[in-house]
Design a protein around this ligand. Structure first.
Ligand code: AMP
Ligand code: MN
Ligand code: MN
Ligand code: MN
Length: 307
């Protein structure tokens, strides 16, 4: 079994359609995939449908184009033989934007009921928040000298959940910066003008939505928040108290020391361990679908609770 419990499609800030993502996951040997787009469930039905089909030739072709200029030692011509594709199970998922003590924190919901009225209402509110937030980001960027950012970001979002990566893409296209990381470093990252997060709900609220939708709340990539050990433990305490049951012990390729630190924290709070690539695009080879550092044996994997 190969799990990837954190991935994105173009329904939020990923590059591939849900069907293309499913095809790529199969190529990579993934057997259980969670689509966890930012604040939306729009891609789930397509992913579920694609997983039922033996082989999506159209998606595979589009994927070949998307993967052009990408070298991956994991993708050989043999892998593209449809006979090698194993069945794929889709786990319903979402990555909710929240805040905790003024910091932006991401909480993953796994195995959620996508028809839950509570969750649907929450997502509607998150969508409205994203739209208003995009306007605020654009106004702030305008003051910093970046013109027409809202229209540009909307073009990149293409009707999906609009976010900072779409602003970053626009800024690269328009020559304000030369790379996406540079856009975050100068304009959109933590503490910069375009970092707007006060609008998001508290972690408790997001955990409650996930629990009410019958899912498991998992703290996403705990090492990405730049927290001291004391602060991380305070966050994990608050998260557990709110009903959070898991944390990502492994997110993509990470140092062994980080993995061991997070495995220890999961153990200290009796949290289930999750792992995933946080895949967004085939061009990012360090966040490839189904590829991440190993989960320590001491952990209790979150999938032991999947029914
Ligand atoms: P948002 O959902 O609008 O807050 O945007 C957050 C997303 O931006 C994350 O999920 C990442 O995909 C992306 N992101 C955050 N920081 C960086 C960075 N330093 N470089 C590139 N992408 C980033
Ligand atoms: Mn993202
Ligand atoms: Mn995230
Ligand atoms: Mn993510």
């Amino acid at each position: 079994m190969l799990y990837d419990l954190h991935t994105h499609s173009y329904c939020s800030d990923g590059q591939l359609s849900p069907a293309e993502l499913v095809t790529l996951a199969r190529r990579q040997g993934v057997t259980v995939l969670a689509l966890t787009d930012h604040d939306t469930l729009d891609g789930i039905a397509e992913a579920q449908q694609a997983a039922l089909e033996p082989f999506d030739a159209v998606a595979n072709e589009v994927l070949d184009d998307a993967m052009e200029n990408t070298t991956s030692e994991d993708t050989t011509s043999e892998d593209t033989n449809t006979n090698n594709y194993k069945p794929l199970t889709i786990i319903t998922g979402i990555e909710l934007s929240t805040q905790w003590r003024g910091r932006g924190i991401h909480i993953i919901g796994l195995n959620i009921d996508i028809d839950s009225p509570v969750l649907k209402a929450a997502i509607h509110a998150q969508t409205q928040t994203r739209i208003q937030r995009a306007e605020t980001i654009a106004q702030r960027l305008e003051k910093a000298g970046v013109k027409d950012a809202l229209a540009g970001a909307k073009r990149h979002a293409g009707g999906g959940a609009i976010g900072r990566p779409h602003f970053a893409q626009y800024m690269v296209d328009s020559g304000y910066v030369s790379t996406i990381p540079q856009a975050f470093k100068r304009y959109l990252g933590a503490g910069k003008v375009g970092d707007v997060k006060q609008c998001w709900p508290d972690i408790d609220e997001a955990v409650k939505w996930i629990v009410q939708a019958g899912g498991i709340a998992v703290l996403a990539h705990p090492d990405k928040y730049d927290l001291t050990r004391t602060k991380l433990y305070e966050l994990l305490g608050d998260f557990s108290e709110a009903g959070g049951r898991g944390m990502e012990v492994v997110s993509g390729h990470q140092d062994k020391s980080v993995t061991l630190k997070l495995a220890r924290a999961a153990d200290d709070f009796s949290l289930l361990a999750s792992c995933g690539s946080d895949f967004h695009s085939p061009k990012n080879t360090w966040q490839a679908v189904g590829r991440y550092s190993p989960l320590p044996e001491s952990c209790t994997p979150v999938w032991t609770q999947f029914t």
